[in-house]
Design a protein around this ligand. Structure first.
Ligand code: ADP
Length: 647
C-alpha cells in the first residue's frame, strides 16, 4: 500500500523534498550546536588563560615581596639598603624609637618627625637684641652681631646671620638683608628657628619680596628647595612652608611632587608605630596605602624596637616589577589591574564593564593588592572569523546537498518518466502485435476449415493474410532496427544514390501497399539530379515512416505531398500533410523515443512512439537532420536535410 503510494511521482517528490529539508535542517542544527560549543570552548580557553596569567602574576609579586622582606632583615647594611632603594620611586627607612632614618636621604622630602634641635642660648644675642628692640639702633646691632657671624659653630653663625639680615631690613637696607640671607642659605641643613638654614633663608627672602616678578622667583625657589629633599624637614614644617608657597605661587606652578607619595607612605606607617603601636595594622608587614599622588607600597619588618621598611610608588612598581611581566601578559593577550583592597586604583586601567576578569583578592593572596587580569580583547575577532569560516563551510555543504538533491531528483523523475514511457510502449507494442495476429489466426482458420464462400473471397483472404503478415514483418523489423540503433549496433551500408530517383521509387512502393490506405502521394522533385551518400534500406524506412505518419494523422485529407529541393549544398525532402497537426509544446518531445502525441494516444490511433526517434537518429548518422513545422488542425511538414554528394 505504502509502496504504491510512494511510487506515484507526486508523492515521491514530496518525500524527496521533505527528506532534503530534514537533512538541511539537521545540518543547520548541528552547525548551530557546533558554533555554540565552539564559543563555549573559546570562552573556557580565555578564562584559563586569565587564570594562569593571574596565578603567574601573584607568584611573581610574592617572590618580589619576599626578596624585599629578606633584604629588610639586613638593613641598614649598606648593600641591602642600596639594592632596595637603588632606583627613583623607592626608599628604605628605619624607625628607631625616636628617630627616623632614610636611604637615600634626599628621597624623603619630609620626615614625620625630627628630633628636637636645641636653639642657641638666647644670652649669646642679648646685647644685640637690646640695641635692636630697645634702642632701634640697627647698625649698632649689626656691628654687635659680626663676631657671632664668624663663629666656628655653624648654629651660632646661622642665628647671627638671621639677626643681621633682619636688622638690615629694619634699617631700610633690603639689598644687604637679602645678601645676608643668601649667605645664610649656604649653611644648608643647619637649623635655625626650627628650619634648615637654606629653607629659612628662602622663606625670609620670599617674605621680603613684595613686587610680583621677584616674589614669584622667590616662591619658585622656595618650592624647589622644599621638595628637593636636600634638607631634613619635619612634616609640620613642610606643611607650613607649602602653605607659604601656595600664597605666592599659582597652583599650576606647584604640582604635587612625585616624591610626596613616599613621604606620605612613611608617615602612614609612623603614625601606626609611634607613639602607641597599632599592632593589628603593623602585623601585616605589607600594605598598599593611598596617598595624594597615588598608592604607595609599604613592606616592613619589626625587629626588636625598630622597624625596617621599604616604600615604593606606583611608577617604581610599573617600571621595575611589572615591566618584567609584560611579555608574559602580552603573550596571553591579557592586562593587569591592581587596586588597593578598598578598590582604589594602583596600577593599570580598569577592565571595561562586562568584560570577564580573573580576580585574586588581597585577603586570599596575602599580597597588598587585589589583582584583576582581563583580556585585552574578548576574543570576538578570532571567534568571528572562525564562525564565518564554519558558516561558509556549512553553506557550501548545504549548497552541495541541495544541488546534489536537485540532480538526483531530476534524474529520478526522468527515469520514472522513461519507465512510464517504456511501460506504455510495451502495452502499445503488445497491442500492435495482437491485432494482426488475431486477423492471421481468424483468416487462416476460415481457410483451413473451408468456410470460404467463393474463389473471390478466398483471394481476398489471401491478400489480407499477406497484408497482415507484411505488417507484422515491418513491425518486427522496426523493433529490431530500433533495438540495434539504440545499442549502436546498426550497420549502415552507404552507397551513392540519386535522391530524386530513390524518392520516387520509395513513394511509389509505399503508395502501392496497404499502409497507404488509399492516400495519394504527390512527389515533386525540383532538383534534376541530386546525389546523396546513403544506406538505401534505412533511409527508405525513414521516408516510409514519415509517409505512414502523414497518412495516419490525416484522416480527412487523402493526399500527402513530397517535395525534393536543393538548399545550397544540401538536399531537402519535405513530407507535407494536411492532417491534425502537432501542438507546439509537443513538437520537440515527439522526436524522443517512446513519446507519442497526447491526442493520438487518446484517440486510439495505433503507433509505438519510436518512428520519429529512429528517423532522426538515422538521418543524423547520414550527416543530416530532421526538422518540423506544424500547426494543429492545419497539418505538418517534416523536412529531412541531407548533405549533397559531388557527382
Ligand atoms: P507513432 O508510432 O506514435 O506514430 P512516431 O515516433 O512516428 O510514433 O511519432 C511520434 C508522435 O508524433 C506521434 O504519436 C504523433 O503524435 C506525432 N506525429 C508524427 N507525425 C505526425 C504527423 N504527420 N501529423 C501529426 N502528428 C504526427
Amino acid at each position: 500500500m505504502f509502496g504504491q503510494w510512494l511510487r506515484a511521482p507526486r508523492q515521491l517528490r514530496l518525500v524527496f523534498i521533505a527528506t532534503m529539508l530534514l537533512l538541511s535542517g539537521t545540518l543547520g542544527w548541528l552547525a548551530w550546536r557546533l558554533l555554540d560549543q565552539d564559543q563555549q570552548l573559546l570562552l573556557q580557553r580565555l578564562a584559563e588563560q586569565r587564570d594562569t596569567a593571574a596565578d603567574l602574576v601573584v607568584a611573581a609579586m610574592e617572590k618580589r615581596l619576599t626578596a624585599v622582606e629578606q633584604d629588610l632583615d639586613h638593613v641598614p647594611a649598606a648593600d641591602s639598603s642600596k639594592r632596595l632603594a637603588q632606583a627613583e620611586g623607592a626608599i628604605v627607612f628605619q624607625f628607631l624609637p625616636d628617630v627616623i632614618r632614610a636611604w637615600p636621604e634626599n628621597r624623603l622630602i619630609y620626615y614625620p618627625e625630627l628630633p628636637h634641635q636645641p636653639e642657641t642660648p638666647p644670652a649669646l644675642f642679648a646685647a644685640s637684641e637690646e640695641l635692636e628692640f630697645k634702642n632701634h639702633d640697627y647698625p649698632g646691632a649689626i656691628a654687635a652681631l659680626r663676631e657671632a657671624a664668624s663663629s666656628n659653630d655653624s648654629k651660632v653663625r646661622a642665628a647671627a646671620l638671621v639677626r643681621i639680615a633682619r636688622n638690615y631690613a629694619k634699617a631700610g637696607q633690603p639689598r644687604e638683608s637679602i645678601e645676608t640671607y643668601q649667605g645664610l642659605a649656604n649653611l644648608g641643613a643647619v637649623t635655625v628657628g626650627g628650619l634648615p638654614a637654606a629653607l629659612a633663608a628662602s622663606l625670609a627672602i620670599l617674605g621680603q619680596q613684595a613686587e610680583p616678578p621677584a616674589r614669584l622667583d622667590a616662591a619658585r625657589s622656595l618650592y624647589r628647595d622644599l621638595n628637593s629633599g636636600n634638607w631634613p624637614i619635619s612634616f609640620a614644617a613642610y606643611q607650613y612652608l607649602s602653605g607659604e608657597v601656595a600664597l605666592a605661587l599659582p597652583e599650576a606652578e606647584r604640582p604635587a611632587p612625585a616624591r610626596l607619595a613616599l613621604a606620605e607612605g612613611v608617615e602612614w606607617l609612623w603614625e601606626r608605630w609611634h607613639p602607641a603601636r597599632d599592632s593589628a595594622a603593623l602585623s601585616a608587614n605589607r600594605a598598599s596605602v593611598p596617598t595624594s599622588t597615588g598608592a604607595v607600597l609599604l613592606v616592613w619588618r619589626i625587629a626588636g624596637g625598630e622597624i625596617h621598611g621599604f616604600a615604593a610608588d606606583t611608577g617604581y612598581l610599573e617600571k621595575h616589577w611589572l615591566a618584567d611581566l609584560k611579555p608574559l601578559l602580552d603573550s596571553r593577550g591579557v592586562r593587569l589591574f591592581l587596586t588597593n583592597p578598598d578598590g582604589r586604583r594602583v596600577v593599570g586601567e580598569p577592565p571595561s564593564s562586562g568584560s570577564r576578569a580573573a580576580v585574586r583578592l588581597a585577603s586570599v593572596t596575602q599580597l597588598p593588592w587585589t589583582l584583576q587580569v582581563f583580556q585585552t580583547s574578548d576574543g570576538g575577532g578570532a571567534w568571528q572569523s572562525r564562525r564565518a569560516l564554519l558558516v561558509a563551510g556549512i553553506a557550501v555543504l548545504l549548497a552541495l546537498i541541495l544541488t546534489g538533491g536537485w540532480f538526483i531528483g531530476r534524474t529520478v523523475e526522468h527515469e520514472l518518466a522513461v519507465a512510464k514511457l517504456q511501460s506504455d510502449f510495451e502495452s502499445t507494442v503488445s497491442h500492435e502485435f495482437r491485432t494482426p495476429l488475431t486477423s492471421l489466426c481468424q483468416l487462416s482458420e476460415l481457410l483451413m476449415r473451408g468456410r470460404v464462400a467463393g474463389e473471390q473471397d478466398r483471394q481476398q483472404y489471401y491478400e489480407a493474410l499477406h497484408g497482415e503478415s507484411h505488417r507484422l514483418r515491418r513491425l518486427v523489423e522496426a523493433l529490431l532496427n530500433f533495438g540495434r540503433l539504440d545499442a549502436g549496433k546498426l550497420q549502415f551500408h552507404f552507397e551513392k544514390l540519386d535522391a530524386a530517383v530513390f524518392l520516387r521509387q520509395s513513394a511509389a512502393e509505399f503508395a502501392q501497399g496497404q499502409q497507404a490506405h488509399g492516400h495519394r502521394i504527390e512527389v515533386e522533385t525540383h532538383a534534376a539530379s541530386s546525389l546523396i551518400h546513403a544506406d538505401r534500406e534505412t533511409l527508405r524506412c525513414v521516408f516510409w515512416n514519415l509517409l505512414e505518419n502523414a497518412v495516419k494523422y490525416s484522416p480527412d485529407c487523402d493526399t500527402v505531398w513530397v517535395e525534393l529541393t536543393k538548399k545550397g549544398r544540401q538536399v531537402e525532402v519535405a513530407v507535407r500533410d494536411r492532417g491534425v497537426g502537432i501542438p507546439r509544446h509537443e513538437q520537440r518531445r515527439i522526436f524522443e523515443k517512446f513519446v507519442r502525441g497526447s491526442a493520438e494516444r487518446e484517440s486510439g490511433i495505433r503507433g509505438t512512439g519510436i518512428g520519429l526517434a529512429m528517423a532522426r537518429q538515422i538521418v543524423r548518422a547520414h550527416g543530416g537532420d530532421v526538422s518540423l513545422e506544424s500547426e494543429p488542425g492545419k497539418g505538418s511538414t517534416f523536412r529531412v536535410l541531407l548533405p549533397e554528394r559531388e557527382a
